[in-house]
Design a protein. Structure first.
Length: 164
């Protein structure tokens, strides 16, 4: 899978929209992720409305650049009916990684902006989206046609491998 070795965090996008077909592929990839006990705690907001994207970009001091993204996907997780609620963040992490890899495979750029577990950022996203109390915001993922190119760092470090 080449995307594992080519994906980078892209923070600048052209003004070209992300197609409905691409959005569905991104969300299918996210929902194909493994989850604890197959609980699949995720739901997703796919936001293309410019005003709402601006509100979401203001939810964290580290996500302001998202105001220029043509698409912001907001992965959220349910807080009720989960067999393994302590694993929801792990499940959502796998889903977001799948989404990022699919974005790269589609020729799109994407970046993961953490929201959880910072309560005030989660609350800001909740208020922006008028989310019900049964959902918690996990992240903001900006997606679009890249207006920048980056080469991925080689992060392999044999000193961090312990063989037994």
């Amino acid at each position: 899978m080449n995307s594992i070795f080519t994906r980078t965090s892209i923070r600048r996008y052209t003004d070209q929209p992300v197609s409905e077909e691409q959005i569905e592929k991104l969300l299918r990839a996210a929902m194909a992720a493994p989850s604890a006990g197959n609980q699949q705690p995720w739901e997703f907001y796919a936001v293309t409305d410019r005003e709402m994207i601006g509100k979401l970009a203001a939810c964290s001091p580290y996500s302001r650049f998202l105001a220029e993204a043509p698409l912001v996907i907001v992965p959220v997780y349910r807080t009720e009916g989960l067999r393994f609620p302590d694993y929801a963040h792990i499940d959502l992490s796998a889903a977001v990684e799948n989404l990022l890899l699919e974005a790269d495979a589609l020729g799109l750029g994407a970046v993961w902006c953490g929201i959880a577990p910072i309560a005030e950022r989660q609350q800001a996203v909740r208020e922006a989206l008028s989310m019900p109390d049964t959902l918690e915001a996990f992240a903001l993922v900006g997606v679009g046609v890249p207006a920048e190119t980056k080469k991925q760092q080689d992060r392999y470090d044999p000193a961090r491998i312990h063989r037994i």
